[in-house]
Design a protein around this ligand. Structure first.
Ligand SMILES: C[S@@+](CC[C@H](N)C(=O)[O-])C[C@H]1O[C@@H](n2cnc3c(N)ncnc32)[C@H](O)[C@@H]1O
Length: 265
C-alpha cells in the first residue's frame, strides 16, 4: 500500500480533536517514507500523518506530542488501513520536557521536527534530537519559513558536518549528518561569521561601533604582519585607548579575526 497516497485520498484529521488538519505535505511525507530503513529507529516531535508514515515504514518510532487524542486517532487510522502500529511509542508531553530525559545516544536513523513552532522550541528540539542522530542519519524538519525554524536551516547549510539532501514542498528540508558537530567554539562557527552584528543598536551607534571594529581589525592585521608594531602599541599603552568601552566582546575580537574568521562588514 502507498500510505502517502492513501492519506491523500482519505484526508483523516488528527489534530484538535478532528477539527484541524496540520499534516505535513506529500513530498515531506514521501521523504520520510524513502529514508526510513525497515526496522530502523526514528523519532518525531508532533504527531499526525507523518506518524502514520513512520509506522507504515516499519520503524521503531517515537512520537512526542501533548495531546493523547492525536495518538488515539493515529492508532485508529492505522487500524483502519491495516498499518501495524505495534512499534509506535507515542509519548504524551511537551518535547522540551520529554527530550532531555531520553538517552543521548546516537541511535536514530531518521528524525522529524514538527512539534511546537514558537521560539525557542524548534531549536530545543533540534539540539536534543541531533545528539541522538546516527552519523549518516537524516533530519527532516517542516516549516522553514517560520522565523523560529529558519535559523536551523541557516546553521545547517553553513556547517560542513551537515549535507542538504532536499527541500520539500517549498517548506521543509532534509539534511544528513555527515560527522559529529565540532566542539563548542563560537568564533569558529560559520553561523557566527557575520560577527559583529550591530543591527540591534541605533544607526548612529552602529556607525561608531562598526568603525571601531574595523580599526581593531586593521590593527590586528598590521600587528600580525609587523610584530614590532605590537611592541610600539604596548609602549604607548599608557595613553588612553580610543576604543575603550566599545564593548566587552571586542576584547576577543582580535583573536577571532586572527583566526581568520572575520568577514568584511
Ligand atoms: C504541525 S502539527 C504536526 C503535523 C504532523 N507532522 C503531520 O504530518 O500531521 C504540530 C504538532 O505538534 C504538537 N505540539 C504542539 N506543541 C508541542 C510541544 N511543545 N511538544 C511536542 N509537540 C507539540 C501538536 O500537538 C501537533 O501534533
Amino acid at each position: 500500500m502507498d500510505v502517502v497516497a492513501r492519506l491523500q485520498a482519505d484526508r483523516p484529521s488528527f489534530h484538535q480533536r478532528g477539527a484541524a488538519k496540520w499534516d505535513s505535505l506529500p513530498e515531506t511525507l514521501r521523504q520520510i517514507q524513502r529514508s526510513v530503513p525497515d526496522g530502523g529507529s526514528t523519532l518525531e516531535t508532533g504527531c499526525g500523518a507523518s506518524t502514520v508514515v513512520f509506522a507504515a515504514s516499519g520503524a521503531h518510532h517515537t512520537a512526542i506530542s501533548p495531546d493523547p487524542d492525536e495518538h488515539r486517532r493515529v492508532r485508529e487510522y492505522c487500524d483502519r488501513i491495516g498499518v501495524d502500529h505495534s512499534r509506535l511509542r507515542l509519548l504524551v508531553g511537551l518535547s522540551d520536557e520529554v527530550l532531555p530525559g531520553l538517552p543521548a545516544e546516537r541511535v536514530l536513523d531518521v528524525a522529524f521536527i514538527d512539534g511546537a513552532h514558537s521560539f525557542p522550541y524548534p531549536a530545543l528540539d533540534w539540539y536534543y534530537i541531533t545528539r541522538m542522530l546516527k552519523i549518516g542519519g537524516q533530519l527532516v524538519f517542516d516549516d522553514v519559513p517560520v522565523p523560529a525554524v529558519a535559523p536551523l536551516f541557516r546553521h545547517m547549510t553553513l556547517e560542513p558536518n551537515w549535507r542538504l539532501d532536499a527541500i520539500l514542498d517549498d517548506r521543509a528540508a532534509a539534511f544528513s549528518l555527515l560527522a559529529p558537530p565540532a566542539p563548542e567554539e563560537w568564533s569558529s562557527q560559520p553561523f557566527n561569521a557575520t560577527y559583529p552584528d550591530y543591527s540591534f543598536v541605533s544607526l548612529s551607534s552602529r556607525s561608531r561601533l562598526v568603525a571601531a571594529h574595523r580599526l581593531r581589525r586593521l590593527r590586528a592585521d598590521l600587528a600580525r604582519r609587523y610584530p614590532r608594531l605590537r611592541r610600539t602599541w604596548k609602549d604607548l599603552a599608557h595613553r588612553p585607548d580610543p576604543d575603550a568601552g566599545v564593548d566587552d566582546l571586542a576584547a576577543g575580537a582580535e583573536d577571532f579575526e586572527t583566526a581568520g574568521h572575520a568577514r568584511a562588514i
